[in-house]
Design a protein around this ligand. Structure first.
Ligand code: PHB
Length: 379
């Protein structure tokens, strides 16, 4: 066998020349399919900008379609870890699936970068030195929207979402911000993920007439919800708010229905910084579509990995050093520079945005440098 003749130093060198194996566990089908594609494209774009290599090492991709199905999540993540023997897991969109990934990452020590799913406990009670997130916690944009809704003078709100980790945590974050500002959430309506039969719930909103509605939906489900809300005529009297997922990557399909909507998120379409303009131009050229928050989160996952790899000269076996460098990284993100909290979740500005045409235009900063409380995180 060739390696037998190499000796320890030679073996290390051979290892260092082997490609870094990146395992994408993302949705390729279902209501979040487009979100998965944007994350993957964003990640690859950063690697391509580095000449296809990170810290001198080629990058090899492995993929599974997680179908946003928590029941299949453990099997799927094990395909990447055991079958493909990836060096790093990148995933996913759906909080329930991501929770299973984080559990396996904790058990196996596999390096995990979460490029979307907001499940609070991933950088809360489940936090670990090998688990990083380049997106948000569900609490972050939700809490900011609650604060904004209260400041806008709304007193009584209803919430509506899919009944799963992300929806429930988003509603909880909103409620915390809104009630802190003097508002009251009177009812939480839910339907199972990924159902889009909203009519019965919209009828309940119409009959209860709250001052405002807060909704967490994303992807295909968000497109239909915003359209159904307007078709039911509710937007005329009851303003609809949400975290920016409600209108991000969806405006093409939502068209007229989304116009004027206010949302909060860690990204917006016209930040008009040199960094973001360059990113958006390159992304549009490469993928013939406009970048959105998911593309940014994928891009930043690659930037974070690159930062770690550079610190160890590409030797991913130096895990402590790599993770330490990742933890301390300052990411030059299209959203604005961010650093990671002790729980390894972004500390970032949450923008207030308003839909204008096909853009979520920035109106201001709802909360500056917002850190997730990371409840229960001990590292
Ligand atoms: C989640 O499940 O955490 C999730 C999914 C889609 C989003 C945001 C959060 O756009």
């Amino acid at each position: 066998m060739a390696v037998a003749t190499l000796g320890a130093a030679g073996q290390a060198a051979a290892q260092n020349n082997a490609p870094i194996k990146v395992g994408f566990m993302l949705p390729a089908t279902g209501t979040f399919a487009n979100l998965g594609a944007m994350i993957e494209n964003g990640f690859k774009m950063h690697v391509d900008e580095q000449g296809g290599k990170l810290a001198g090492r080629e990058v090899q991709y492995f993929k599974v379609d997680d179908e946003s199905d928590p029941a299949k999540a453990t099997d799927n993540v094990n395909k990447l870890i055991k079958r493909d023997q990836v060096d790093v897991l990148v995933g996913t969109v759906h909080s329930g699936v991501a929770l299973a990934m984080a559990k396996v990452a904790r058990e196996t020590g596999t390096l995990l970068i979460v490029p979307n799913a907001g499940a609070d406990v991933i950088t809360g009670a489940m936090c670990a030195k090998n688990i990083f997130r380049t997106s948000f916690s569900n609490w972050q944009p939700a809490f900011a929207m609650g604060k904004v809704a209260a400041e806008r003078g709304h007193k009584r709100a209803m919430t509506i979402t899919w009944n799963y980790a992300a929806g429930n945590e988003s509603v909880k974050g909103f409620t915390e911000g809104f009630e802190k500002g003097g508002g009251k959430v009177s009812d939480n309506l839910t339907l199972p993920f990924p159902n889009v039969e909203y009519q019965a719930l919209l009828t309940q909103i119409a009959s209860q007439k709250p001052d405002a509605v807060y909704a967490f939906f994303a992807g295909g489900g968000a497109v239909k919800f915003v359209k159904d809300y307007v078709a039911a005529g509710l937007n005329k009297t009851i303003p609809l708010y949400g975290p920016g997922f409600l209108t991000d990557g969806t405006l093409e399909a939502q068209g007229e229905a989304a116009q004027g909507m206010l949302t909060t998120l860690h990204y917006a379409d016209n930040l008009n910084t040199p960094r973001d303009n360059a990113f958006r131009l390159a992304f549009a050229k490469a993928f013939k579509t406009n970048a959105d928050v998911y593309a940014v989160q994928g891009y930043d996952a690659a930037q974070l990995l690159a930062t770690g790899l550079k610190a160890v000269n590409g030797d991913i076996s130096k895990r402590d050093q790599l993770q330490e460098a990742m933890r301390k990284a300052k990411i030059d993100s299209p959203r604005g520079t961010f650093s990671l909290s002790a729980a390894q979740n972004p500390v970032q500005d949450i923008y207030l945005r308003q839909v204008n045409g096909k853009n979520n235009e920035v109106k201001g900063v709802a909360i500056k440098s917002l850190a997730d409380p990371a409840r229960g995180c001990k590292m």
